[in-house]
Design a protein around this ligand. Structure first.
Ligand code: C5P
Length: 398
């Protein structure tokens, strides 16, 4: 399953290093070419000779090996790899990468590679739960580094808790999954909108809705993972996205419209997941509106229907819209698809348990231009994003 794949297996100083021998054996058995790099502490737990026998390759342990001063060896190793896997990854190694420290051959290779990097943390529970470690992991995740969660159980030091390195079999499965990922959007530019808009009433108040952006961020991440160049135009949201995604933050429907218009021409597809406010206050009151003795009326004007406007200049681009419907879902979504000139519309009813805003799951129906509807079961927004991108890939091939 890993035939022809080139993997750098980094081994740092933790007792879990004994499992790296089995991991190396399994990687090799699956067809991978494995280059082991060990840190000085890693070698205290397991010998390079063991790893050399299993990997059938000379183990690299030095940045500047005697007699063979190849100053750019870290670059060639970094370019050679299809994947860098660090197992075990200690508190120290994770901390160094997160801070940009490259003071040995392993950290230097990780810093200079374009290949995906996978960490299998292994450490004492208190070290793992230390906020510094958690912040480092969070920071690295956001930058696109991957982690294989450690397990909970007895730790070498006698403590019980989270910190035990994942088992070699689990790590192998994750590696296979990652290297098997489809890159079917390579060369495509995808524009995604997400979250809500906020329409100011005065200096402190606004009109908005409950959308958090989870669906849109999941679509953007999936498109990015599959090789697309992604621009994510997001209304206010607490979410983060991979650093490779071009994130454009906006607030109002007007700002979102301007940003979409700016990026639309260069895009192959637009996915409008954003819950754009349909109305905005006609005029913005300066300062804060004072409490009234009597009722207060707000005059609202319509905001631009961004998707409808883009539908008018669709050309060969793929347009995907979302519809939130509480009644006659399919019928209403079909009319919306027609009116806005879409290729695909995803409709959901937020009244159903597990669907709609502020949850990690959704229950959606996908409807295409021919009116064919596919009702999907309850699934995570990430899974739904995969389904949407699968459809988009097909639509882009037309
Ligand atoms: O018409 P309705 O608001 O239900 O349509 C929903 C779809 O249209 C969503 O994809 C949403 O992002 C988009 N939309 C838009 N501009 C608006 C309102 C909705 O692009 N002003």
């Amino acid at each position: 399953m890993l035939k022809g794949k080139k993997i750098i297996l980094g081994i740092t100083g933790g007792i879990a290093a004994y499992k790296s021998a089995e991991l190396c054996r399994r990687l090799k058995k699956s067809g991978a070419e494995v280059q082991v790099i060990m840190t000085q502490s890693g070698m205290k737990f397991i010998t390079p000779l063991t790893m050399e026998c299993l990997s059938e390759k000379e183990v690299i342990t030095e940045m500047f090996p005697e007699r063979r001063m190849v100053g750019t060896r870290h670059i060639s190793l970094a370019q050679w790899a299809d994947l860098v896997l660090v197992a075990p990854a200690t508190y120290n190694l994770i901390g160094k990468i997160s801070c940009g420290i490259a003071d040995d051959i392993l950290t230097t290779v990780i810093s200079s590679t374009k290949a995906p990097v996978f960490f299998a943390p292994a450490m004492n529970v208190n070290m793992y739960e230390n906020p510094i470690c958690q912040q480092n992991i969070e920071k690295l995740r956001k930058l696109g580094y991957r982690f294989i969660e450690p397990g909970v159980g007895d730790l070498a030091c006698g403590d019980v808790g989270k910190g035990r390195m994942a088992e070699p079999e689990e790590i192998l499965n994750e590696v296979i999954k990652l290297l098997d990922e489809k890159k079917d959007l390579t060369g495509k530019s995808i524009l995604v909108t997400a979250s809500r808009t906020e329409e100011p009433i005065d200096a402190v108040r606004f009109l908005s809705n409950r959308s958090t952006g989870r669906m849109g961020y999941a679509v953007a991440e999936e498109a990015f993972k599959r090789g697309a160049k992604v621009t994510l135009i997001s209304g206010p949201s607490d979410l983060n996205c991979s650093s490779g995604i071009n994130l454009v933050k906006v607030r109002t429907a007007d700002e979102m419209y301007k940003a979409v218009k700016k990026h639309f021409a260069k895009s192959d597809a637009l996915v409008m997941t954003a819950a754009v406010s349909d109305f905005a206050p006609e005029k913005l009151s300066s300062g804060k509106l004072k409490k009234q003795e009597t009722e207060l009326s707000l005059n609202l004007k319509q905001t631009p229907d961004i998707l409808r406007e883009m539908g008018k200049q669709k050309g060969k681009k793929v347009l995907v819209g979302f519809a939130v419907e509480t009644k006659d879902e399919i019928q209403n979504a079909k009319s919306k698809l027609k009116e806005k000139n879409l290729d695909l519309i995803i409709v959901n009813n937020p009244n159903l348990k597990g669907a709609g805003f502020e949850v990690d799951t959704n229950i959606a129906t996908l409807i295409d231009r021919k009116g064919k509807a596919e009702r999907l079961p309850l699934m995570s927004k990430k899974e739904l994003a995969e389904k949407i991108i699968d459809r988009m890939v097909k639509l882009l091939k037309r």
